[in-house]
Design a protein around this ligand. Structure first.
Ligand code: G1P
Length: 292
């Protein structure tokens, strides 16, 4: 099974940290976000992963390559599991030569994907889903629309709809709808619902023709949401409210929040982090004072 991971975005919501470092390499509890994304793809059954990169993104390739210079450090458990991950799926890289948007990035993988259905996971979002998010989408397609497509949804508050692609449609059953309308980042009053695209997709290969015939949208980029509207006009696209959680890491606050959440439930970090949080409002204690 093939999964495309678009990771060519410029990370403009995270400058200057992302001026020369890919946003997908930002660490969450010691692992870069892209590693979580590849783990999610592999957990969903991917054995062939295509990461779409761009200028300044070489660190992504290096991360999944063996590094002999690390010598004995390569035997650390964290590096061993990364090595094992890189062996579970073949990871290919293709470059998007110009920043022409998410749909164009997906189109860059067309030759590699061929004429089979495939998954898409965005390179800056971490999922914690059981079953894995793409498995949930595939199950929905099998049930409601064999040979169709599916998109992962979450309900967002009204004041957040303008950050997402929003979909509307006819309910099929609990947590599933047949997508009829998709609008990229609408104003609250124009939104067809509060169901937001979370950035996980199971797509029929007909999406490539739809992308090719979609004009650039408001951001002067070809939006995947607009191409999906064309697809939904021709064949079934199922919206699936995902069972699980998604963590966005695309802004400093979201990234920080994700780290804090993950840290607070990690037995190794919890006590130290709770102490820092408890110090809130009181004069900060320096680490030197604390160690006295
Ligand atoms: C992209 C998609 C949008 C989706 C969002 C999820 O937007 O265009 O439809 O809701 O990812 O994170 P971006 O975050 O790249 O602006």
């Amino acid at each position: 099974m093939k999964v495309v991971i678009p990771a060519a975005g410029l990370g403009t919501r995270f400058l200057p940290a992302t001026k020369s470092m890919p946003k997908e390499m930002l660490p969450v509890m010691g692992r870069p976000v892209i590693q979580y994304v590849v783990e999610e793809a592999v957990a969903s059954g991917a054995d062939d992963i295509i990461i779409v990169t761009g200028r300044g993104k070489r660190a992504l390739e290096d991360h999944f390559d063996h590094n002999p210079e690390l010598g004995a450090f390569n035997s650390q458990p964290a590096l061993q599991s990364l090595e094992a991950l890189s062996e579970k799926a073949t990871i290919h890289f293709v470059r998007q030569r110009s920043a022409l948007g998410l749909a164009h990035a997906v189109l860059c993988a067309e030759q590699h994907v061929g004429r089979e259905a495939f998954g898409v996971l965005l390179g800056d979002s971490i999922y914690e889903c059981d079953p894995p998010v793409l498995s949930q989408l595939r199950m929905a397609v099998d049930r409601w629309a064999p040979r169709g497509s599916a998109v992962a949804l979450e309900l967002v508050p009204e004041d957040r709809v303008h950050h997402y692609g929003i979909v509307g449609g006819q309910a099929l059953g609990p947590g599933a709808l047949r997508v009829e309308r998709l609008v990229e980042k609408p104003k609250a009053e124009d939104a067809p619902s509060r169901y937001a695209l979370t950035g996980a997709y199971w797509l029929s290969p007909r999406i490539f023709d739809c992308i090719r015939s979609t004009p650039a949208g408001r951001r002067n980029e070809v939006e995947l949401t607009d191409a999906l509207q064309k697809l939904a006009d021709q064949e079934p696209v199922i919206g699936v409210v995902i069972d699980g959680r998604r963590y966005d890491t695309g802004t400093p606050l979201l990234w920080f929040e994700t780290n804090l959440r993950f840290g607070l439930r990690d037995p190794e970090y919890r006590a130290a982090l709770e102490r820092v949080v408890a110090e809130r409002g009181s004069a900060p204690t320096s680490s030197t004072e604390r160690s006295k």
